[in-house]
Design a protein around this ligand. Structure first.
Ligand code: PHE
Length: 454
């Protein structure tokens, strides 16, 4: 089989323009609403420092080995024509994994785009100043009314999907890589400025203590472990084919373990800086950090109103959310576009708009789930939360397990190690033991817990 044969499983000829292309785009995929909005409230609810510690352990024991495995298989299926590798593609197992990953990508993107739309609305409100003119006490009501409106959330959600589609249809280098080259520096600058700003506020020390000082008593609570592992999955975006897809555009000379370390470092740095920015500010204003999912959209805007220079803070904060969301949405759309192009042999210029519109339509119920469709609930969860729950807590870990089984049990140790650039590394036994035994066991524990607890 030739590398440019579409039946090879990837889009012919597309590749990152440079070594940093892959790293920037994967950090772009990983760093998003999950690092800012989800990380801060999950950390708040799960005791801060202890959560952070367990989160970092989960990144090392679950996230890192899966990123390496996903990237290795993605690149090898395109470039390595050894029978042991090419055989993988024929396996039902592989096709089932790709299907699960595409379903997970569609599902996650459909609700993620809605939250991204809220962020865009708030960004515009910060830029034109209207957000700062709402009385502090009115922010809860403002947010509640906005997300319950029948048309507005759908429009903002549509705008975010439109931007994502326009970028993805331009291709790997011109679209995805260029967008990440512009948005990622913006994201890093915004989060760093916010963290510095947060630390200069009086009372910020309590926020730092909350984020970094472990309250050891909480180590006894199993939920904290599960929350940390679930957050690691979602925040890195592992368990679906993001790294397979982006890895297939990676040049053969680039070393996967180094890239994987850069990715987890970059993603964790964004989460920590966002955590510092948020908790120093929240503590400086004496607010309960366990404020829940509304932390970003109600609690913080309330503080921005009172803050000197609050408008700049608000612009940076919601700009950060929008930039992070967009680079993550691009990767989610690309997972299904790459799969679709390979299946139908359509051009991406045709596949991207069709899938973009499909995802937009799939997201409409999530966008209306707080107003017109608020009566639709399962187990006390609305539409958006239910899809988030099913996709993040079930499909992602399930996809992760399928991939680990494929690499750990069916590929063969030597071909997998070579593909991962670990064949001559002292870390080879550790990585393979993680992929084969330890990581799947940990993931299985999360999955079982979800099912047992319902
Ligand atoms: N990791 C992204 C975030 O933290 C979300 C995401 C999930 C992206 C799954 C890709 C795949 O916001």
């Amino acid at each position: 089989m030739h590398a440019s044969d579409p039946a090879n499983g990837q889009n012919p000829g597309e590749q990152w323009g440079s070594q940093t292309g892959f790293i920037l785009a994967t950090i772009g995929s990983a760093a998003g609403v999950g690092n800012v909005w989800r990380f801060s409230y999950v950390a708040g609810e799960n005791g801060g420092g202890v959560f952070l510690l367990l989160y970092i352990v989960s990144i090392a024991l679950i996230g890192l080995p899966i990123i390496i495995a996903e990237t290795a298989i993605g690149r090898a299926l395109r470039h390595d024509h050894a029978p042991a590798t090419q055989r993988l593609r024929q396996l039902r197992h592989w096709q089932a994994f790709r299907l699960v990953s595409v379903v997970a990508a569609l599902a996650i993107l459909s609700f993620y785009a809605v939250i991204a739309g809220w962020a865009l609305r708030y960004f515009v409100g910060a830029v034109d100043g209207s957000l700062l003119r709402i009385a502090a006490a009115g922010h809860g009501e403002f947010f509640g009314t906005f997300i319950a409106a029948p048309v507005e959330p759908v429009i903002w959600h549509g705008l975010m999907m439109l931007a994502t589609t326009l970028i993805v249809l331009r291709g790997v280098q011109k679209g995805i890589e260029t967008a990440n080259r512009i948005l990622m520096p913006v994201l890093f600058a915004a989060v760093a400025l916010l963290a510095i700003y947060g630390m200069t506020q009086t009372g910020s020390g309590d926020g730092l203590a909350f984020l970094f000082m472990p309250d050891w008593a909480r180590l006894g609570e199993p939920e904290v472990y599960l929350a940390a592992m679930g957050q690691a999955f979602f925040s890195l975006g592992v368990g679906m084919a993001v790294f397979v897809t982006y890895g297939s555009y990676m040049p053969t000379r680039q070393r996967i373990p180094t890239a994987a370390l850069a990715i987890i470092a970059g993603d964790t740095l964004v989460a920590m800086l966002a955590g510092i920015a948020i908790f120093t500010t929240v503590f400086a204003y004496g607010i309960n950090p366990a404020a829940g999912p509304e932390l970003a959209f109600i609690t913080l805007p309330k503080i921005f109103v009172a803050l000197p220079g609050g408008r700049l803070f608000a612009v940076l904060f919601f700009g950060l959310l929008v930039a992070g969301a967009l680079t993550s949405m691009i990767s989610l759309l690309e997972v299904s576009v790459a799969w679709f192009v390979q299946r139908t042999h359509w051009h991406r210029r045709r596949a991207a708009p069709i899938l973009g519109i499909l995802i937009f339509v799939l997201g409409v119920p999530s966008a209306l789930g707080y107003g017109t469709l608020a009566s639709i609930q399962w187990n006390g969860r609305g539409i958006l939360d239910s899809i988030d729950f099913a996709a993040s807590n079930v499909l992602l870990p399930f996809g992760g397990l399928m991939l680990l089984a494929l690499v750990g049990w069916r590929w063969g140790r030597q071909p997998a190690l070579i593909a991962a650039n670990l064949d001559r590394s002292a870390w080879a036994p550790a990585w393979f033991a993680l992929v084969r035994w330890i990581t799947p066991l940990l993931v299985l524990i999360i999955l079982l817990r979800e099912f047992v607890d319902g």
